[in-house]
Design a protein around this ligand. Sequence first.
Ligand SMILES: Cc1cc2nc3c(=O)[nH]c(=O)nc-3n(C[C@H](O)[C@H](O)[C@H](O)COP(=O)(O)OP(=O)(O)OC[C@H]3O[C@@H](n4cnc5c(N)ncnc54)[C@H](O)[C@@H]3O)c2cc1C
Length: 426
Amino acid sequence: MIGGGYAGMAAAVELARHDVSVTVFEAGRIPGGRARRVEIGGIALDNGLHILIGAYRETLRLIALIRESGAPLGLLRLPLELTIHPHFHLRAPRLPAPLHLLAALLGARGLRISDRLSAAAFIAAMRSRKFRLEQDTSVTGMLDAHDQPDTLRRCLWYPLCISALNTVPAEASAQIFLNVLRDSLNGTRTDSDLLLSTLDFSALFPEPAARYLASRGGVVRLGTTVNGWQQSGSGFRISTDADPFSHLVLAVAPHRLNTLIDGHPALADIAQTVGAFSYQPIYSVYLQYPAGSRLPFAMGGIEAPYSQWLFDRGRLCGQDGLIGVVISAAGAHQELEQDELARRVHAELSARFPGLGAPLWHRVIAEKRATFSCTPGLRRPANATPVPGLYLAGDYTASDYPATIEAAVRSGIACANLVLEDQSLS
Ligand SMILES: Cc1cc2nc3c(=O)[nH]c(=O)nc-3n(C[C@H](O)[C@H](O)[C@H](O)COP(=O)(O)OP(=O)(O)OC[C@H]3O[C@@H](n4cnc5c(N)ncnc54)[C@H](O)[C@@H]3O)c2cc1C
């Protein structure tokens, strides 16, 4: 396995569960890839503030599987609640689906009756066509075609689209957005739950997964970058190891894939497909306020030029007074120096939450290629490649989902199943 992010670790855990011994090569010193701990001045931050939802079934299954006995699950489960402070608030009551959604829309604060009816009519129309479009288009194009009013777009559809697809609605795939709505809002009531991590994202899954592997004869080699591989008999040799492996799973981010497949003519089509991807950033701005500073929620949004979603790390992880702010997708924030961006984010927060005081320190973490741009009709490669025994795992492989933890985990599991099938045939 090359890559110890969520996809690679999911593939490895699934194989280990079936008693296959796995070696994971991970370039970083901390596993997790794009969802990992970043230690700054002795404080554990995340490279990105992540949200999981109840519909992330495979992620939740594996987190539960590898959890050591007595260890906390590390996730705070909340019923669907969307806050765009102070003018919009939607909360799903504990009713069976889809009544919970209907009740949430009907009871939402900040929408006119006509907005609520438009939202309900849109969801009903999508349900009747099983959330499938004949032809993919942009999210904006789809909302135009269904006469979705401005308030609804600003408070509901656009924030959901940007946080799920990390792509602005004018450029985002309507079909992938509908897939997310189908699985989150149209499944069981708990599918729409929000799950917020009380641990950092390396401690949530990749680190206990590494211990799970070790207990089953596997190994994770951190700080080990693989520079190339060759076919050797019916298996593979890689640059860092003399011993051959029966199978090879490339579980690296899409922008790293081509350095590992260039020069392999059978993989030229995959290289071209992934080479055509464009990428979107996600910025995380951390502001340490004096101890005792609190937001009115663990996670919620504000409508502001820069800040989108705010996480109260005091409430979530016991990091008193630490507020994390997410800015997804491309935008004007990319033009600013990091100190200036932090200053403006602080100004937006203090305008809405005057009790916060002045930050003691700040840190901006810019992930410039956080995810691929999730555009209409994007071609994504399959897990299987034309080279027997060589598989691709990652959030970018063909699936119903945008670049998310669940897409990465499902892709890893799909690769593990392909390896298991090979083994059962041989
Ligand atoms: C800031 C940010 C916020 C996000 N927010 C959310 C969210 O709220 N919810 C959500 O579901 N998703 C979110 N995502 C997306 C999610 O983090 C990714 O989809 C997921 O982590 C991708 O996992 P992966 O295993 O496919 O790839 P990666 O995490 O990129 O893993 C690839 C691994 O391969 C390693 N590697 C690369 N090249 C080599 C090599 N040559 N040799 C050895 N190792 C190598 C890398 O070091 C890395 O660890 C966010 C992403 C970011 C960046």
